[in-house]
Design a protein around this ligand. Structure first.
Ligand SMILES: Nc1ncnc2c1ncn2[C@@H]1O[C@H](COP(=O)(O)OP(=O)(O)O)[C@@H](O)[C@H]1O
Ligand SMILES: [Mg+2]
Length: 386
């Protein structure tokens, strides 16, 4: 388990950046928790503080029950004494060494120096974990990006750390390899049941591999939760936007019933689940995922919005469209469609139940969750013949 309490770190300079601004976080033993957020939000700094590579201004860090930093008690355990393995974004493989020498390195330096034969044995076992035993004697410069990444992972694991810290380990790999390595890292993490913090700015990666996601912005935690929770019901506008809820439509609450509300959007009306405190006349933002529309050539439901295709892209497993509906350009993603639509085609867009997320009172991102789900009567079309 890793516990961070009111952790703070600023970097001196003109901007006085508060890189980490009062972080409270618990990472349960054996779990993979992802720090997700835009570039510069403090993810790397958080990892470096945990690893002991930076010294916090304030707060407390405990790893596996042991306090490794406390500003109150003036305690600081150095990086080498912390039970941590880290993979850096750059991998930091030493080019003048073979693969095996790179992985043996952490065992051959520092206080608990291991004998050479023992270090070799353990390094080979670590290489086995990442399926790289065959390349043990290869000079490091003769490795592909994916292989370098595996070396870095083996080196991080060779001391059998209690905690694994991964800083954007996949961002330098090309797409196909990234998907495969993503699965491998997750499989290995689960097999070893090692407490892991993964840092990424890639929401898809975070959703795919995490037990829990912690969304960060400007040195602070915005929100945390299970991937499916954060994806399906984000509590803040920041999260909703960051997770690719690209259709954010301003609207006004027209009426409030017992369980539902009617919202007027420029594109049309929308029936949605009532949120607490909803009142007629409230200004709201409604988020709709691109994959939450039915797109049809004919109007099957009076709640469907008429529009015109402005742009289309075929992605293999789906089509992405930009559909002009009045003043709004709505992004829609459609799966299981045989014939693509083209620019200029007249269509009907029908937001479906699962796609509705939430409106937030305008100008108040981060307010309480206002969970809006389209009521059943709002989605009756079949959409079968698009
Ligand atoms: N060594 C440093 N000196 C000065 N500013 C830094 C240093 N490291 C990070 N920062 C600043 O701290 C903030 C957080 O950086 P970082 O933790 O690297 O973000 P992330 O990993 O989320 O992209 C940024 O504004 C960055 O410019
Ligand atoms: Mg970073």
């Amino acid at each position: 388990m890793i516990t961070l309490t009111n952790l703070r770190k600023h970097f001196p300079g003109k901007s006085q950046t508060r890189a980490v601004d009062g972080l409270d976080l618990t990472v349960p033993a054996g779990k993979l928790v992802t720090l997700l957020g835009p570039s510069g939000c403090g993810k790397t700094t958080t990892l470096r503080l945990i690893a002991g590579l930076e010294r916090p201004d304030e707060g407390e860090i405990a790893i596996d029950g042991r306090t490794v930093f406390s500003s109150d008690r003036r305690g600081f355990v150095g990086a080498h004494q912390r039970p941590i393995g880290m993979v850096f974004q750059s991998y930091a493989i030493w080019p003048h060494m073979t693969v095996l020498a790179n992985v043996m390195f952490p065992l051959r330096e520092g206080h608990e120096k291991v004998s050479r034969p023992e270090a070799r044995k353990r390094a080979l076992a670590a290489l086995e974990l990442v399926h790289l035993s065959d390349l043990a004697d290869r000079p490091s410069p003769m490795l592909s990006g994916g292989q370098q990444q595996r070396v870095a992972l083996a080196r991080a694991l060779v001391r059998q750390p209690k905690v694994l810290l991964l800083d954007e380990p996949l961002s330098n790999l090309d797409a196909g390899l990234r998907d495969r390595m993503r699965e491998e890292i997750r499989a290995l993490q689960q097999r070893l049941a090692i407490t892991t913090i993964l840092v990424t700015h890639d929401q898809e990666e975070a959703l795919a591999v995490s037990d829990e996601i912690v969304l960060m912005n400007a040195g602070k935690i915005v929100e945390r939760g299970l991937p499916q929770e954060i994806y399906a019901a984000p509590r803040s506008e920041f999260t909703a936007r960051f997770l690719g809820l690209s259709n954010a439509l301003p609207g006004v609450v027209r009426s409030v019933a017992a369980d539902t509300i009617e919202v007027d959007l420029a594109a049309g009306a929308l029936s949605a689940r009532r949120f607490e405190g909803a009142a007629t006349g409230d200004q709201v933002t409604v988020f709709l995922r691109p994959d939450s529309f039915k797109l049809t050539r004919r109007q099957h439901s009076t709640s469907a919005w008429p529009g015109q295709v402005e742009f289309s892209i075929y992605r293999g497993d789906c089509w992405d469209y930009h559909v002009r509906v009045g003043d709004d350009l709505i992004k829609a993603r459609v799966f299981q469609e045989k014939i693509g639509l083209s620019r200029g085609d007249q269509v009907y867009l029908e937001p479906d139940e699962s796609g509705m997320v939430m409106p937030l009172t305008e100008g108040s991102p981060g307010k309480d969750p206002l969970d809006l789900t389209v009521s059943p009567q709002a989605s009756v079309g079949t959409g079968a013949d698009a």
